[in-house]
Design a protein around this ligand. Sequence first.
Ligand code: BES
Ligand code: MN
Ligand code: ZN
Length: 502
Amino acid sequence: MPPAPSGGSTPPLSTPLPALVLADQRPAAPVLALPTAPEGESARLLGPPPDLAGVDLAALLARESAKGKPGEVVAVPVTAPGELERVLLAGTGSAAPADLRRTGAALARRAREAASLVVDLSGLDVDGPRLAALAEGLLLASYSFSRKAEPAARALQSITLVGAGDRQAELDAAVVVVRATAFARDLVNTPSLQKTPDWLATTAVALLDGLDVDVLDERALADRGFGGILGVGQGSSRPPRLVEARYDGGGSRHVVLVGKGITFDTGGLSLKPTASMLEMKSDMGGAAAVLAALRAVADLGLPIRVTALAAVAENMPSGTAQRPGDVLTQYGGRTVEVLNTDAEGRLVLADALAYADLDLDADVIVDVATLTGAMPIALGKRCAGLFASDDALAAQLQEAAETSGEPVWRMPLVDDYRRTLDSPVADLRNIGQPKLKLMGGSITAALFLREFTGGRPWAHLDIAGPAFTGSDEDERTKGGTGYGVRLLTAWLTELATARAAA
Ligand code: BES
Ligand code: MN
Ligand code: ZN
């Protein structure tokens, strides 16, 4: 093999997030945001207006036909002397967390050019979850990643939240989750020229500073029989890796998170058409999510034991690539007939799932993967498919999706489709038999994964839709969204606190 071309060592390049602080009094700032709420057909100002000699903000809201909906911002230029240049009247809808997340995102976008922003919440009744959601929106929408020679600097350096009471702990937790999400976005947004499997593993080690992290290289993977990861990675000059990162905050139960880490998915010899390949630097979004969630869990110091596994490979066509019809041996010994090299995610995940089952004695396994193009066709770009072997686990994840604002929809593991994965020459085939004319590609993919979970409580999140977005919308920024970090962190927080209380 030729020496692997170096991806270089440039670090991820997202702009540092603005600082977010709580205050009792409004400090002087160029931009002041005030919440509004729907009232009848129009919007009502919540809380004390600033002293803007002669300006009637309520009348302005009516003039602008403001509705008070989340995401709505009416900007009012200020000519009065003093530091204040603009007032932003921001709709908060029902003021539920999901609405306030949008409010925060809209405000951050409108205040990008200002050095500082003050948000006066004294007219709103903010509890912990509401404050956290607003903070998430403000910070997540401020995220920016650029590889321009001269990146445009974001002016916004600091955001002050006034009148939210003493909620420093909730704010700190929100900032931890946002930082972790930015870490996941950085990994996804990094172009695959730089993002080799080794780079992803090395960068994970750096970002998980302070945690216990092992990286298996191609030789270790071969010695230990990780045939799925090796098979997928063998077409690339840049060899595969398995990252195992551990956090032990106590407790007897062991949660194992597994992420799909395809640093680029060309499809392999079952080559994708150009248009389908465009977003495939994001095919490691699952790995990014589980690694980042572990960062968040550790930073929060949750009393729980979590291991994150990232199965990392580049799926390339070449003289050394696996061929359709090849049979590989997964970790643990089962064989798979590879009939489509583009169904590679399940092959790398199967090794990691089997390892979680056979070696890690996982009490619960959750995998996260940009697994099938069929998933966004079914559920669109916002919502992930949730498959679970265990109803209680599914309910926990649905609850976490609700609180975190990362939606999921439960999908069925239709047992009757399992036979489409039977192979005459191997224990399984990696795609359903086209002869049986069964569609449901996301379901057969999930059924394939289930084979490697040893009957343990397991859930699978197919994030092919929400992992990546083509445009800025609400708290998401163009590119990698970091989908899954908030959901997993919310779930693990609940799991840890519920068990600590029990
Ligand atoms: N990484 C893709 C799935 C994907 C598609 C993610 C679009 C995000 C957006 C996956 O590896 C893949 O290629 N799946 C195939 C499976 C098929 C060959 C059975 C697919 O969905 O077409
Ligand atoms: Mn593929
Ligand atoms: Zn893929």
